[in-house]
Design a protein around this ligand. Structure first.
Ligand code: ADP
Length: 256
């Protein structure tokens, strides 16, 4: 059974439809990139996957015993988060509160979970460092370790490399790959950074007005949405060579 199955889902604010009749599924071990221009409904879909927004029509089903609070979520960075006055360990550990209700202390098992997740993200040495003094890349790793405290199964990442320099972005992508491949964590990532992110994922969901693409990454280069996106990005068109050109552009752009 799929970890998440969206079947004929329509999402709307009041009567204002944002996504219509969307169907896709995410299976254990998948790495799905959700792409699309601003306003295409990526954040709205994320809210629905997190169970924070009910579909107007259709169903979103969680399988394999996945509970709503077992989805690790990395929201987009905000200024407030960057200034969090706590140690790395405290920030990671706070992820264990998800779903367990308020407790005045953390259990030994929760502390161990936090330490294990810090090890997965290579931040054990930063345990006692002050979160707000870290670099942007280190802060993102702390927040992913925190999100992992809610789940061993599924991570939802919203624009995880935004604002990071190329080296820090590359390191973060490597770590996300590692979580996916070595630890079997299913990843759903919203991104604008298609050139770097798409070669790493297994599946792509491209939200694009009425022509949404969902499928395996290998099939994306052939699809019409990909072609349109590349045209919009200003690739020259040679009359008569359109099909050939587009194919090359896609492959070049995505670096398969
Ligand atoms: P994306 O994340 O791809 O930029 P969003 O999901 O944020 O897209 O937005 C999709 C559409 O839904 C946009 O037209 C936006 O104006 C609208 N929208 C987003 N949030 C709300 C809201 N809280 N109330 C009403 N409309 C909204």
């Amino acid at each position: 059974m799929a970890l998440i199955e969206c079947k004929n889902v329509t999402l709307a604010y009041e009567k204002n439809v944002v996504l219509e009749d969307l169907s896709f599924e995410v299976n254990e071990g998948d790495y799905l990139c959700i792409i699309g221009e601003n306003g295409s409904g990526k954040s709205t879909l994320m809210k629905a996957l997190l169970g924070l927004k009910a579909p107007l029509r259709g169903t979103i089903t969680r399988g394999d015993g996945l509970m709503r609070n077992q989805i690790g979520y990395l929201p987009q960075q905000t200024g407030v988060q960057k200034d969090f006055p706590a140690s790395v360990f405290e920030v990671v550990l706070s992820g264990c509160l998800n779903g367990s209700g308020w407790r005045p202390f953390y259990t030994r098992a929760q502390k161990q979970t936090a330490l294990d997740n810090m090890a997965k993200l290579n931040i054990t040495a930063l345990k006692n460092a002050c979160y707000r003094e870290l670099s942007g890349g280190q802060q993102q790793r702390v927040l992913i370790a925190r999100a992992l405290c809610a789940t061993g199964k599924l991570l939802l990442l919203d624009e995880p490399v935004t604002g990071l320099d190329p080296v820090a972005s590359g390191e973060l992508y490597e770590l996300i790959d590692h979580l996916n491949r070595a630890h079997g964590i299913t990843v759903i990532m919203i991104t604008h950074d298609t050139a770097a992110a798409l070669p790493r994922c297994t599946h792509i969901l491209h939200l694009h007005r009425d022509t949404t693409f969902f499928g395996r990454r290998e099939d994306y280069a052939q699809c019409s949405v990909c072609v349109e996106t590349l045209d919009a990005a200003g690739h020259p068109e040679v009359p008569g060579e359109k099909e050939h050109m587009h194919h090359e552009c896609c492959e070049h752009h995505i670096h398969f």
